[in-house]
Design a protein around this ligand. Structure first.
Ligand code: TNX
Length: 509
């Protein structure tokens, strides 16, 4: 079955009309200001057609694929139309981002890539069904978080993941850059953060960090796919790597030992007056340098699981951390625990990582951020955490145990698809929700193949919840979704993306 994931707001297959055929004359027509989007589509289709379609800044003729940027685009808008008939393909949007999202839909209507050396279809044999799509996202923020601390991933690995996520109209890559086990982003004014702090990871797998040039490559590659990178510096807990690099950040002025375990909650910045000068200089330097690397509007300051910080110190530190972040001009995101603070900067966003049935203080803390004028990113752990094992998938690519099983795990594709963001916390509805995000923590994922195995296919469910309209009767049709996921499987195979062939999906042989 042909289909698009995430499901478009409106899609009509013209079953009685002839499909579009890519022929010798077919060009991709686009004005100079969106040439890059057309060129990227042409490059991608080379692996299907065995040749690269020419890109022309010209008036569209029959048999062309045209990209038209209309007037009046609102910043951040992503809506588009895609019309396919036997006379051509017309894509229209008021924004470059919308045109790009349209090419991601078109890509799924076309055949998957073929392996290098495999025989390509003859030119006139590549067809696209006649269809009219009119599409726009439900939520502005549709993220995936990658933990590059517990295990480090090289730039090329991250770029490859970005490519696979872009197809699903994910528009945020949140990078968890610092934690107890490592510090992964160069900060020139505090070089031992990545010197000493970058040398470790879980299980002694070796360290690693991104230079500023490395990080810029990730940001640029993401931006070409209209994906915004959100950097996270996790504070005031989850800081053992920083505490091992700089003695002056510790209560007692003594550097901590580097840490390569998986248990967390033991580390904290110090709120003691005698550490205030060093701590505030650290906060302001780190926020400034990370903000300089960040064209996007957000800095994520962590705030989770500060179990060894007293309640009073936590409030003091969160106030200083969020002020330092806000002083860069960026908006602040934090895990929902930051709702304990009554003095968050204007527009602070809470990332909810509780369950679908909120436990303990999770709903109250999240609501506190909203009451202070902020909004919420929904990452309910029991359905949106991609590091929780897949249900019904015993075999993993590398033969070691992959994925965690807390958060009511294992998680099925059906679970990941069956939830509704506005139904989790009373009073937090459509207007209060900025979007959804699926985190992939990497305690057990040692290679990018491990990451992909955990991410795919479940991320498709989160992408669809973030993009597609809320189902009218409230219930999502899992079988219809699973059929579209099955057709994605061919694209993943063609692109060399590892995925877990979970039960309940009619995977094509
Ligand atoms: C909880 S989610 C954490 C992470 C772990 C993750 C493992 C959150 C804010 N903190 O430190 O890696 O569970 O699933």
């Amino acid at each position: 079955m042909t289909g698009i994931v995430p499901a478009p707001a409106s899609i009509e297959f013209h079953t009685t009309s002839a499909p579009f055929r890519i022929v010798d004359e077919t060009r991709i027509v686009a004005a100079a200001d969106v040439h890059a989007i057309a060129a990227a589509l042409a490059r991608d289709l080379r692996t299907v057609l065995g040749r690269e379609l020419p890109v022309a800044d010209a008036t569209a003729r029959e048999a062309d694929i045209s990209l038209v940027l209309h007037d009046g685009g609102e910043a951040g808008g992503e809506s588009y139309t895609l019309d396919v008939s036997d006379r051509g393909i017309a894509i229209g949007s008021a924004t470059p981002a919308g045109l790009y999202r349209a090419t991601c839909s078109l890509r799924q209507l076309l055949p998957a890539r073929t392996a290098a050396g495999a025989s390509k279809p003859s030119v006139g044999d590549v067809v696209v069904p006649a269809v009219s799509v009119a599409d726009a996202p439900r939520f502005a923020y549709r993220g995936v978080m990658l933990d590059v601390v517990r295990h480090f991933f090289a730039v090329e690995d991250v770029l490859r993941l970005i490519d696979a996520l872009a197809v699903l109209k994910i528009n945020i890559l949140h990078l968890h850059l610092t934690d107890d086990q490592g510090w992964r982003i160069r900060v020139d004014s505090w070089p031992e953060l990545t010197g000493i702090g970058g040398s470790t990871s879980v299980g002694g797998a070796g360290g690693g960090f991104y230079t500023k040039a490395d990080y810029a490559r990730i940001v640029d590659h993401a931006a070409e796919r209209f994906i915004t990178v959100v950097p996270e510096i996790d504070l005031p807990g989850h800081t053992n790597a920083a505490l091992s690099a700089y003695p002056e950040l510790n209560h007692d002025g003594v550097a901590r030992e580097p840490y390569e375990g998986v248990e967390v909650g033991f580390s904290s910045l110090s709120a003691r007056p005698e550490r205030a000068e060093a701590t505030d200089r650290f906060l302001s330097d780190v926020m400034r340098e990370v903000a300089e690397l960040t064209p996007g509007p957000w800095l994520h300051i962590g705030g989770d699981e500060s179990m060894s910080t007293t309640a009073a110190d936590y409030l003091d530190l969160v106030q200083r951390i969020t002020s330092a972040a806000a002083a860069t001009g960026k908006s602040v995101i934090g895990w929902h625990e930051i709702g304990a603070s009554p003095s968050l900067p204007v527009g602070t966003i809470a990332q909810y990582w509780g369950y679908l049935e909120p436990q303990d203080d999770a709903a109250r803390l999240t609501t506190s951020v909203v009451v202070q004028g902020g909004r919420v990113i929904m990452s309910p752990a029991d359905v949106a955490y991609l590091d929780i094992q897949h249900a019904g998938s015993p075999s993993t690519p590398d033969g070691y145990e992959l994925g965690l099983d807390w958060a009511n795990g294992p998680t099925s594709l059906e679970d990941a698809y069956a939830w509704e963001p506005t139904a989790i916390i009373d009073g937090i509805g459509e207007q209060q929700i900025l979007g959804v995000e699926a985190p992939i923590w990497t305690e057990t994922a040692r290679t990018i193949a491990d990451v992909e195995f955990l991410v795919f296919p479940r991320v498709a469910a989160i992408a669809e919840i973030g993009w597609s309209p809320r189902p009218r009767d409230g219930a999502r049709d899992h079988d219809e979704f699973a059929a579209r996921v099955a057709s994605l499987g061919a694209h993943w195979r063609g692109a060399g993306t590892v995925y877990c062939a979970v039960d309940g999906v009619p995977w094509e042989a």
